[in-house]
Ligand binder design. Structure first.
Ligand SMILES: [Zn+2]
Length: 291
């Protein structure tokens, strides 16, 4: 019952708390908000006070996407552009592990046993990170790799407001090609990708072009493939991700906050389109960040 009450709680107001609304949210590219979750700022007040004055704060966005889709790349580019921290939960875990923080021993045990880090630990690391940022005068964030479950999404909703969830998408066969094309130089550690993707658009669907990232000649003979980059393992990874992410996508879709973005290709093709979809294409720093 408690969970149900929480689920039926009206979502927070969206438009009143951010300085601009991504263009795509006002057009047909985003699904209609579920009428069960009214977004009026005048409905039941949020039981928790906002973390800071919403008028002063920067964007609070979440990036979702399959492994290999490039959400880290786009998330960190946008964080540079908007001057907000890019917070990846994987980095938080690694950082805690390398520190002598209170959770590091517990974490080391979990990771060494190959177990999943619990929601509680992730939430605790994230709150700590957000509080530290706030103390330094940081405002806003782009979350990468979080929330991964409905439960995490619900907890996050109780802690702070999420303005927008960007779901980056590529067709599965493109993700597969990209993962199978990954190569690492055994000498210098450089990362490359030999996959060359050029899919012609048909039936009204746009094509996808992604240039390979080829190694320089002195690395070419020393390339290695990660042992878990096999077709079966990559497919399983994508399958597990899809199963896990669909309820989270639905959670935000029902609140009118999910922006679906089909990547049209690699960074040169996708970056300008993404900025357009986010209504950032006339952002003053766009030029320097794209360079
Ligand atoms: Zn090399």
């Amino acid at each position: 019952m408690a969970a149900l009450t929480r689920l039926l709680k009206p979502s927070h107001s969206f438009s009143s708390h951010i300085s601009y609304i991504p263009r795509s949210l006002s057009t047909a590219s985003i699904e209609e908000a579920d009428p069960r979750f009214p977004s009026s700022p005048f409905s039941t007040p949020n039981p928790l006070p906002p973390r800071s004055d919403p008028k002063d704060r920067n964007v609070q966005w979440v990036f979702l996407g399959s492994p290999g889709v490039g959400k880290g790349t786009y998330g960190s580019r946008l964080s540079n552009l908007l001057g907000v921290p890019h917070i990846a939960t994987g980095d938080l875990v690694r950082h805690e592990l390398s520190s002598s923080g209170p959770l590091s021993l517990q974490l080391a045990e979990i990771v060494n046993q190959g177990k999943l880090v619990s929601d509680e630990i992730i939430i605790s690391l994230l709150s700590k990170r957000l509080e530290a940022g706030e103390a330094k005068g940081e405002s806003g964030f782009i979350l990468d790799g979080f929330p991964r479950t409905i439960r995490q999404a619900e907890i996050l909703e109780g802690v702070t407001e999420i303005d927008l969830v960007v779901n980056l998408k590529l067709p599965e066969y493109v993700l597969l090609e990209k993962c199978l094309g990954r190569r690492t130089c055994s000498q210098c550690g450089g990362n490359f990708n030999v996959a060359s993707i050029n899919i012609k658009g048909e039936n009204g669907n746009p094509g996808i072009i992604m240039a390979p990232l080829l190694p320089p000649p002195h690395c070419a003979s020393k390339l290695t493939i990660r042992s878990d980059d096999t077709e079966a393992v990559v497919k399983e990874r994508l399958h597990v991700y899809n199963e896990m992410s669909q309820p989270v996508e639905e959670f935000y879709r029902s609140r009118g906050k999910l922006l679906e973005f089909d990547l049209p290709g690699g960074i040169p093709e996708s970056w300008p389109k993404l900025l357009q979809a986010l209504n950032l294409d006339d952002h003053e720093d766009t030029q320097s960040a794209a360079a």
